[in-house]
Design a protein around this ligand. Structure first.
Ligand code: DO4
Ligand code: MG
Length: 291
């Protein structure tokens, strides 16, 4: 099953795709995912005819019917330095060291993963909606990641594309600035779809790719396969929920391995395009926030 939401002038509708047919979904997405994970029938309305390709490829300035985030995650968390590439690229910066090693090298080798709070639904945007650069950041990067939606026991209910947009200059200045680097308006993009585990199969076989487009030109392109993930998703979830009650529908963004350089920081009006096998494409324009 795939779940998505459309919006138009304040109206938001939930939809489910089952066996290539699109139905109105008569419950909120988290409830539907829970029911589906228990093997029960989800409440469906009539079948509808919608051209998803048209909606996915529409101009971002449109004001009428469009995609929005596929649900409102009550909490969003992130994992850090999950891939070897991230360890290496983050360590290239002039960053904090402990006993002669960068904090990123240390956490990569440690048993305990880096897990951080990333925000709430109001910081998240959906396909076609703007991700943001803080007013006080000169180097902000998108981080294309596999997102997992879990229930309060840690069971995976669905997968999605998530973009852990980060003010990299702030966290490089001082690790204590991590929350300000990670959590602000427009710092997370999710969707367009929530896809249930039965449709994904092996989550360690997915291609993630990203392009940054500026004035119609691709200025950065990168890709990775989730088989390169060193920290298993189960391990990340185990630490996330240890002594920490999370609500049903919590989103965990499972770390990036696509790390553009300092010269590829986002600029106002860029477009970020992320694709993940079986999860589709997420396109978001970039805005620089005003004071
Ligand atoms: O502290 C660094 C955050 C790393 C991160 O977000 C990632 O590896 O994806
Ligand atoms: Mg990240």
């Amino acid at each position: 099953m795939r779940i998505f939401r459309l919006t138009n002038k304040g109206w938001v509708g939930n939809f489910a795709i089952i066996n290539n047919k699109i139905y109105v979904l008569l419950s909120d997405p988290i409830t539907a995912l829970k029911i589906y994970s228990e093997g029960k029938d989800i409440p469906l309305g009539p079948e509808v005819s919608i051209s998803l390709d048209d909606l996915l490829n529409k101009d971002y300035t449109f004001k009428d019917l469009r995609f929005t985030k596929p649900y409102d995650p009550p909490e969003v968390w992130g994992s850090g330095i999950v891939y070897e590439v991230a360890r290496a690229r983050y360590s290239e910066e002039d960053v904090a060291m402990i006993k002669g090693r960068t904090i990123y090298e240390l956490v990569y080798d440690a048993e305990r993963p880096e897990i951080f709070f990333k925000g709430t639904a109001n910081r998240c945007v959906g396909h076609g909606e703007p991700i943001a650069i803080r007013t006080d950041s000169e180097w902000t990067l998108p981080e294309p990641e596999l997102g997992v939606v879990i229930d309060s026991s840690g069971k995976i209910l669905a997968y999605t594309i998530s973009d852990d947009v980060s003010a990299r200059d702030l966290e490089a200045q001082n690790p204590l600035y991590l929350p300000q680097s990670k959590i602000y308006n427009g710092s997370c993009a999710i969707g367009p779809f929530l896809v249930t585990p039965d449709e994904i199969g092996n989550p360690y076989s997915l291609d993630i790719s990203m392009r940054i487009i500026r004035n119609g030109q691709v200025i950065y392109e990168g890709s990775i396969n989730t088989s390169r993930m060193r920290r298993r998703i189960e391990d990340q979830i185990k630490y996330l929920i240890r002594n920490n009650s999370v609500p049903d529908g919590t989103l965990l963004s499972t770390g990036t391995a696509i790390v553009p350089g300092k010269d590829k920081g986002l600029k106002h009006s860029d477009i970020v395009e992320i694709t993940i096998t079986k999860l589709g494409i997420q396109r978001t324009p970039v805005v620089k926030l005003n004071l």
